[in-house]
Design a protein around this ligand. Structure first.
Ligand SMILES: Nc1ncnc2c1ncn2[C@@H]1O[C@H](COP(=O)(O)OP(=O)(O)OP(=O)(O)O)[C@@H](O)[C@H]1O
Ligand SMILES: [Mg+2]
Length: 140
């Protein structure tokens, strides 16, 4: 059953990130319009996993790989942004099959709906962000 949360400020994302991580997901597929807060949520999740550097939008590089501290459940966080992806020919470069076959790896994909049918075979956890006025509705 999908669960929705209404949030009014970024500090509430911490709680959402915690909820998401308790299930020890391997693949998070984020959807939502421009500026919805996909990168922001990815950043909060990354921070919770112990990433010290600021997680920035991987818009121009498609994919960024972060190594996580030894005490984390995960060893790597892979942050992908499909916004500028022009065609499916770019999919193999993401090396998703490889990353998802790794034990301690979490992959987070922004604009995941652009590759929805391809992605569904990996059974992602979909996270939808909707914005209305100043309120965000996040559905897990
Ligand atoms: N939960 C939130 N509450 C309030 N403001 C937020 C929230 N999440 C994000 N923002 C603000 O919205 C703006 C856009 O956020 P962000 O870059 O994370 O969106 P995005 O969905 O990744 O955008 P893009 O589609 O360009 O990738 C930022 O200025 C951020 O501070
Ligand atoms: Mg973004």
């Amino acid at each position: 059953m999908p669960k929705s949360f209404l949030i009014k400020n970024q500090s509430e994302l911490k709680n959402i990130a915690k909820q998401v991580l308790t299930k020890k997901p391997k693949l998070l597929a984020l959807t939502g319009p421009l500026g919805a807060g996909k990168t922001t949520l990815a950043r909060v999740i990354g921070k919770q996993l112990g990433i010290k550097q600021v997680l920035t939008s991987p818009t121009f590089v498609l994919e960024q790989v972060y190594q996580l501290p030894k005490n984390s459940h995960y060893q790597y966080l892979i942050h992908v942004d499909c916004y500028r992806m022009k065609s499916r020919a770019e999919l193999p470069a993401l090396d998703l099959e490889h990353w998802l076959s790794q034990e301690k790896t979490l992959v987070i994909i922004e604009w995941a709906d652009k590759i929805k049918s391809w992605l569904n075979k990996f059974k992602p956890t979909w996270i939808k962000i909707e914005v209305k006025d100043k309120t965000r509705k996040i559905t897990l």
